[in-house]
Design a protein around this ligand. Sequence first.
Ligand code: B16
Ligand code: MG
Length: 219
Amino acid sequence: MNKYKGVIFDLDGVIVDTAKFHYLAWKKLANDLGFDISLEQNEQLKGVSRVHSLEQILKWGEKTIPEDEFQRLMTSKNEDYLVKISDMSEDDLLPGVKKVLDFLIENEVPFALGSASKNARPILKSLKIYEKFNGIVDGNDVTKAKPNPEVFLIAAEKLKMEPKDCIVFEDSVAGIKAANTAKMISVGIGEEKVLNEADYIFADFTEIDLGFIEKIVRK
Ligand code: B16
Ligand code: MG
């Protein structure tokens, strides 16, 4: 039996700093519709699927639009986002992430991706880490968005691990709720006041030492 637990990484805001580009693209969309979204409101969009994000933004702006316009806005937001991330390379891995991935690989600790993004696979390829994952679950593979735990439960299956033997690294409130609902160990990456439901919280991966990883992954 494997002596290690499995690790599940969220993508945006954990492995790579695309969270700011999602925000800028949504903010532009809101501005074009005549209102604004704050950084505080944006915390509620992190980890939330594209369709639910747009529904929420339209509620904030008190806008009702026909279905074809909704689809057009989703497409235009994604095009805008893809332009913003088009020159991404391995240099865009967030500080401290590579050290942790290398440690997991050296010690044969299995790890998977659990992201709400439909753009996750091309992003992992741009970062040159796609092949390193033992499983990838993204927005194309789920029917229920975070905070529903579906994305992490499928990732656990791919790792052949019980949910209780999975550790989730997440930057969003919705994702921490999803991990906790799945009865996984949740590690928040970000602000303590936002992610206070996580089992452990770090500002970023540079704050995490390999001793912590070694301890937390051991069964
Ligand atoms: P896309 P994560 C999430 O990714 C983002 O946090 C969220 O802001 C975004 O709306 C969602 O993916 C959908 O992304 O539009 O690329 O399909 O944090 O779960 O990796
Ligand atoms: Mg995220």
